[in-house]
Design a protein around this ligand. Structure first.
Ligand SMILES: O=C(O)CCC(=O)C(=O)O
Ligand SMILES: [Fe+2]
Length: 334
């Protein structure tokens, strides 16, 4: 596998708005350290919940998927924020959990990922702070949110990533990099994309009513169905561990519900040219690669964690920043 994209791959990305790189990562070298790190995070969560009397067993000795599912089921809550490498968009507290461990940082700096991104946006690469781990639990084993009656962390509604950042970043060439840690299948909720949809410009996005807001994080923004292409033109993207999806910021995409018995586990990362607006200025990014100024690159995972800790302290004291430009009262949302 060449480390940089071929002319044909670049042309495919430009034309279709996405590109799957099969086997771009080595699961053992690139993904297993992350899974080991998350086993530790889950162990801590289970220990804390057990100590607090919220679960009757720490469920040690189970696989990651089964342990997580049991902990979520018995505590009645999907503890997604505990694992995520970003803060929530609202109500950040001084102790809001997040996870920015060294294995996650190594993924953000993974040379194969940065080489592919470099082919698309050049050598000056900023790790955009819109980054998440998504551990989507089996829907039939996961309790609904007792307040809203809605699925917690179910399907992701149709959206463009450009639509979920602020408008200052509309012209920033943000590349989305989506990758599964374990196989993503139609059954466990892999991604679906609308090929060539990136050529239609930015489509209207509407917030869900508050009851459904947990569906897609944040304000639960989604593109109303009438703005999307015909179903037969949509492409479902099963992916194996090691595969990497590159997406244009205006490619409409969604993901299925997890109807399997195991978690669907993925990361979505974003990169943009250094110095351009990230669309989430309240959150910290960092220089992942720079040929022009290599000393500006961040190599220390602890320094990355400090950026998020400082951000958390600042946001805990402040009013919620504005993350969303769309209004439910807009004509497009009627
Ligand atoms: O993983 C998902 O379900 C959604 C991911 C997504 O929207 C993204 O990577 O931009
Ligand atoms: Fe997205």
């Amino acid at each position: 596998m060449p480390r940089t994209l071929s002319a044909e791959q670049q042309a495919t990305f430009d034309r279709e708005g996405y590109l799957v790189l099969r086997g771009a990562l080595d699961p053992e070298r690139d993904l297993e350290p992350i899974m080991d790190e998350f086993a530790g995070v889950l162990d801590r969560l289970a220990t804390e919940l057990f100590a607090a009397g919220e679960i009757s067993s720490p469920y040690a000795g189970f696989t990651f998927s089964d342990r997580l599912t049991r902990v979520y089921a018995e505590s009645g809550k999907v503890h997604a924020q505990y694992f995520d490498c970003s803060l929530p968009q609202a109500k950040v507290r001084a102790d809001t959990p997040f996870w920015t461990g060294p294995a996650v940082f190594a993924l953000l700096r993974n040379p194969a990922i940065l080489d592919a991104v470099e082919s698309l946006i050049g050598t000056e690469i900023y790790a955009n702070p819109v980054q998440h781990v998504r551990i989507k639990p089996p829907e039939h084993l996961t309790p609904v949110n007792p307040e809203t009656g809605q699925v917690q962390l179910g399907a992701t509604a149709w959206h463009q990533d450009n639509g979920v950042v602020t408008e200052d970043a509309d012209e920033t060439d943000i590349i989305t990099v989506w990758l599964p840690l374990t196989a993503a299948t139609q059954q466990n909720g892999c991604l679906v994309v609308q090929p060539r949809g990136h050529r239609e410009g930015l489509l209207p996005h509407c917030p869900f009513d508050s009851g459904a807001a947990n569906k897609n994080g944040g304000a639960g923004l989604h593109i109303p169905a009438q703005y999307l292409g015909e179903d037969e033109h949509l492409v479902t993207l099963p992916m194996a561990a090691g595969d990497v999806l590159l997406m244009h910021r205006r490619t409409p995409h969604a993901s299925h519900s997890n109807t399997s018995d195991h978690v669907r586990w993925s990361f979505d990362l974003r990169y943009n040219p250094i110095g351009h607006p990230t669309g989430r200025s309240a959150f910290p990014g960092f220089v992942a690669r720079s040929a022009a100024n290599p000393t500006a690159e961040l190599h220390d995972p602890k320094a990355w964690t400090r950026l998020w800790l400082e951000t958390r302290s600042r946001l805990a004291e402040a009013a919620d920043p504005r993350f969303n430009r769309w209004d439910a009262a807009d004509q497009a949302c009627a």
